[in-house]
Design a protein around this ligand. Structure first.
Ligand code: FAD
Length: 462
């Protein structure tokens, strides 16, 4: 870690309303720790902002003192881009208010809010917008990379529901941006990550959802994986946008509705969400039960907010994680064979293969409407390697990489930027495809000196 001059720390302490944490202070280690335990970076100072003024001050001091600058929303980014070695970490986690206007169905969200904060406030009015599947993920990073989850088929990506944002740019100015105000900046932040400034407020469109939805899991034996996946592939071609079904291949967790003999055995899990009328959903999911003889099932009406937390126990912070990801427009036989082969040799009990289903409304937006352009990604594959001990690093990382290589021939070549790991900087241009050059032009305009570079960096060319 390169130390920061004491006079800079003292200047921050005199100007910041929130907390300034230097490496010698007791809160330092906790404050620099993020979700993925593979990341162990040590910033020179951490500024826990309590409001927009603190963000502006931190940006100005970082720029004028030539400090490396990292921005922390909720610290879920797999690549560890919310923290840096040396430099300043701008921690937004305390700025987490969510205000709902039920009449106009809008949400005004501060950048430290997690998905659980958002859903909690919005569901008090039976409202929601598409977010991810783990309630402790940050709204900020998820939105700036695109954002998808159970409601995406019905209501689009998270960014398709972003109405406006307040952004602190590299020169420390507060800019309000939407389709009409600084539209180039608004285009860029919808997928382009934290490259263009620090977002201090998001305005989202909300939709009526729940409070009860039909949701749950069906768990099938791994020996039936091929037949289940083939039937799944056919089934999802004709489902309404209110219905979403994802596939998870992993060792069965000790879920109470599964027989004990199945715990720890490889299984195929269908995770289901229907956001329409419950009775109609019950009819729609009936064919899933005929895919094979299930080990067990737990489906029914439940609060949307509870389903949004359903996967939290499997995704707790503190484990070592390494991800690889592909986009697929379709699940070809070759892709299914690779998936089944590698699900059959999971290197740790926590490793899993996730297949997220998109399409629906997300596929109806033009690929050049905003920075996120992967509208052909009907399925996003997340190879989630996860384990506890450093001695297993090589084994678990190799499994993810080998599977990634084996399934690459069947993928589109695009990738969801929020699933890109720290060693994949060569995939950034591929993640944006034809939109990349426009992103560079906008980066040249708003951040020519690349102050915001601790991210999946779009490098300026000026
Ligand atoms: C367990 C888990 C489950 C996930 N599930 C989903 C899912 O279902 N759907 C999905 O779409 N994604 C999902 N993701 C990916 C997730 O979208 C990204 O990890 C995202 O980066 C998390 O946002 P964050 O604010 O927590 O991240 P952070 O690590 O805090 O930040 C991520 C990046 O965004 C930048 N950033 C953060 N806040 C701001 C801001 N206000 N202004 C400017 N830049 C900022 C940071 O500098 C960093 O580069 C999941 C991730 C995890 C770990």
């Amino acid at each position: 870690m390169s130390r920061i001059e004491n006079k800079i720390i003292q200047e921050l302490k005199s100007k910041i309303r929130g907390q300034v944490i230097s490496p010698t202070e007791p809160d330092y280690n906790k404050a620099r720790t993020i979700w993925n335990a593979m990341i162990n970076k040590k910033p020179g100072v951490i500024v826990r902002c309590s409001g927009v003024a603190d963000v502006i001050t931190s940006v100005n001091i970082a720029r004028d003192s030539n400090l490396l600058l990292a921005v922390h929303g909720a610290g879920h980014n797999i690549a560890g881009n919310s923290v840096c070695d040396g430099g300043i970490m701008i921690d937004l986690s305390q700025m987490n208010s969510v205000r709902i206007d039920p009449k106009s169905k809008k949400a005004y969200v501060e950048p430290g809010a997690i998905l659980g904060d958002f859903d909690h406030e919005a569901q008090a009015f039976g409202l929601a917008t598409p977010l991810g599947i783990n309630s402790t993920t940050g709204v900020s990073g998820l939105t700036l990379g695109g954002g998808f989850g159970w409601l995406t088929r019905k209501h689009g990506m998270t960014i398709d529901n972003l109405i406006s944002a307040d952004v602190i740019t590299a020169d420390g100015e507060l800019v309000h941006t939407n389709e009409n105000q600084k539209p180039d900046l608004f285009w860029a932040i919808r997928g382009g990550g934290g490259n263009f400034g620090i977002v201090t407020l998001f305005e989202f469109q909300l939709h009526k959802v729940g409070p009860d939805v039909l949701a749950g899991l069906m768990v099938f034996p791994f020996k039936d994986a091929k037949s289940v996946l083939k039937k799944y592939r056919k089934f999802v071609q004709k489902i309404p946008n209110e219905l979403n079904v994802w596939v998870i291949l992993r060792q069965a967790p000790p879920l109470p509705f599964l027989p004990k003999r199945v715990h720890g055995k490889e299984v195929v899990i269908l995770a289901i969400l229907y956001s329409g009328e419950i009775k109609q959903g019950q009819k729609l999911i009936k064919p899933l039960r005929r895919f094979a003889k299930a080990h067990g099932e737990h489906t029914g009406a439940m609060p949307y907010e509870a389903w949004q937390q359903g996967f939290d126990p499997l995704l707790t912070p503190g484990a070592r994680n390494y991800w690889k990801s592909h986009n697929f427009s379709e699940l070809s036989d070759g892709a299914l064979d690779a998936i089944i082969e590698y699900a059959g040799k999971l290197p740790s009990p926590q490793c899993e293969i996730f297949i997220g289903l998109l399409g629906g409304k997300a596929a109806k937006v033009s690929p050049d409407a905003m920075a996120y352009g992967n509208r052909d990604a009907n399925f996003i594959l997340n190879v989630h390697s996860r384990w506890d001990k450093a001695k297993d690093d090589t084994k678990c990382i190799s499994w993810a990489r080998d599977f990634f290589d084996a399934s690459a021939p069947y993928a589109t070549g695009g990738v969801y930027i929020n699933f890109v790991t720290q060693d994949e900087t060569d995939r950034i241009a591929a993640a944006y495809g034809k939109n990349y050059n426009k992103l560079v032009r906008i980066k040249n305009k708003y951040d020519p000196n690349n102050l915001f570079r601790v991210n999946h960096n779009i490098k300026p060319t000026v």
